[in-house]
Design a protein around this ligand. Sequence first.
Ligand code: ZN
Length: 275
Amino acid sequence: MINKAVCFSSTVLMLIFVSAYANAREIKVSGIFEQGGFIIGQVDKTINNVKVNGEDKHISNEGKFVIGIGRDYDGEIKITTKDEKKIIPIAKREWGIQRINGLKKDKVTPSKESIKRIEKEFSYIRNARKEILYNNYFANGFINPIKDGQVSGEFGNQRILNGEAKNPHSGTDIAAPAGTDIMASGDGIVSLSQTDLFYTGNVVMINHGLGLQTIYAHMDKVDVKVGQKVKKGQKIGTVGATGRATGPHLHFGSSVDNVKFDPMNLMQGNLFGVK
Ligand SMILES: [Zn+2]
């Protein structure tokens, strides 16, 4: 199942990876143009306004921007500048179903008290996502945050927790023994470092620039602080089972602004060097 998914993605990648370099003022894009994918865009640096589906995008001084494509995105993405319009069709993906049993009842159907706590804790994550850095930290690419981990839960799976249908999985679960090193997937600035959150337990977020962030949840030890600069491959903590988890694993997620996409796509070839 997992191998099949990886193969499928590489095939799709070969088929739909597009890079256009015609004239200097053209909108150039690379990425994975499917549900759960993302787009790295480049416009001439003299252009200071890019719209995606009619909304302003954050762009760096070099004219780069990033678009996340959600699990259920339907249709095309329209990128416009004052000179040009580019339409990118987005391919559909099929999503699996994952059943997890043995979770504590309150972690599946939280009490009123827990809901209050959850709402407050979500605001930490939302606020971290709002911070925009106009840097291209992401341009250095991404690696798997765990060296020899096994994917135990894919992005986008419909979750059935203790028999109840819940939200789709927002990241990739990577199982590894407790205490295994977790590395920063890419260069960036730590935007969140919290312990003991209801769902995510001990959790770190890294801001890679222009709205692109990664999240690392259920950690045991956390070795980094908010505002700290980290390099790709640098240890940020260890694998644990804190928060809503049935065993030691890393929940690894990625987002652009509030759109979550498949973090395994970050590691598909060199899609970041749109120079
Ligand atoms: Zn997870």
